[in-house]
Design a protein around this ligand. Structure first.
Ligand code: APR
Length: 251
């Protein structure tokens, strides 16, 4: 097994040879920002049943379940800060070495690190939408209503219930997912950073790209198909990649 440095050098070779590269990230890229992932030991799904607190079915019939059991986990996300892996991906976009980041995360950390082409296939936590009239409020305004005791929070106009603009289990996918499918299909290389690739339909995206590389602590269902797999922390690996590209005068 060659060393981490040798594998990072191989990743740099693959990236530099690719005419179009997209990156697919998951919760594993944000654990070093203090946000637990879902399926690692101690991850969020070991503490709360996702189908109970984060399913569209439950939300429609008993929205208070989400606002009492699920919301606290999401509010902790909004105070996190980008880590080195997010920063490197933003730098790779600026250097023209990746064309976009497709993320399953709703934490907004890619944008806060400076990435501008971010496809949020599972939505985001910037706003919420009234399920009756479609009007929108900001996340902060939604929290103000909840913390003032209005559970579930209701629309000031029609008294409908507000639903956060992130994808719940059973929801239809976002328009960003449709664009992500186009991006993956037309990419020469798809780099996965920090995802177990357990959840469909996003886990089909790596199959659409010409070549696949994976940076992930744990194994994934796509490993055997990947040109290169680096089982290491995203922050350290992406930092080493940046230094390797810098030593070659590419960033
Ligand atoms: N560096 C690299 N990989 C990491 C790190 C890290 N610092 N920390 C964790 N990982 C890896 C884990 O080994 C795991 O394989 O990241 C992966 C995270 O997998 P999941 O917890 O399943 O998260 P994700 O793949 O994003 O889940 C996809 O599932 O529940 C839904 O909507 C939720 O968007 C989420 C989707």
């Amino acid at each position: 097994m060659n060393s981490l440095q040798e594998r990072v050098a191989e990743l740099a070779d693959i990236l530099l040879a690719s005419k179009k590269t997209v990156v697919l990230t998951g919760a594993g890229i944000s654990t070093e920002s203090g946000i637990p992932d879902f399926r690692s030991p101690g991850g969020l799904w070991s503490k709360i049943d996702p189908m109970y607190a984060f399913s569209a079915e439950t939300f429609i019939h008993r929205p208070e379940v989400f606002y009492k059991a699920g919301l606290p986990h999401l509010t902790s996300i909004t105070t996190a800060r980008p880590n080195r892996a997010h920063e490197v991906l933003a730098g790779l976009e600026k250097a023209g070495l990746i064309s976009c980041v497709i993320t399953q995360n709703v934490d907004g950390l890619h944008q806060r690190a400076g990435s501008t082409r971010v496809l949020e296939v599972h939505g985001h936590l910037r706003s919420a939408t009234c399920m009756s009239c479609g009007s929108k409020i900001t996340w902060d305004h939604l929290l103000d209503k909840v913390f003032a005791g209005q559970v579930p929070p209701r629309c000031g106009d029609c008294r409908g219930i507000y639903k956060p603009d992130c994808v719940f289990f059973g929801d239809s996918m976002t328009a960003d997912f449709t664009e992500a499918t186009r991006e993956a299909t037309t990419s020469e290389l798809l780099l996965v950073v920090g995802s177990s690739l357990e959840v469909s339909p996003v886990n089909y995206l790596p199959m659409l790209a010409g070549k696949l590389a994976i940076v992930n602590l744990g194994p994934t269902m796509a490993d055997r198909r990947a040109l290169l797999v680096i089982n290491n922390r995203a922050g350290q690996t992406m930092d080493l990649l940046w230094n390797e590209l810098h030593s070659r005068g590419k960033v």
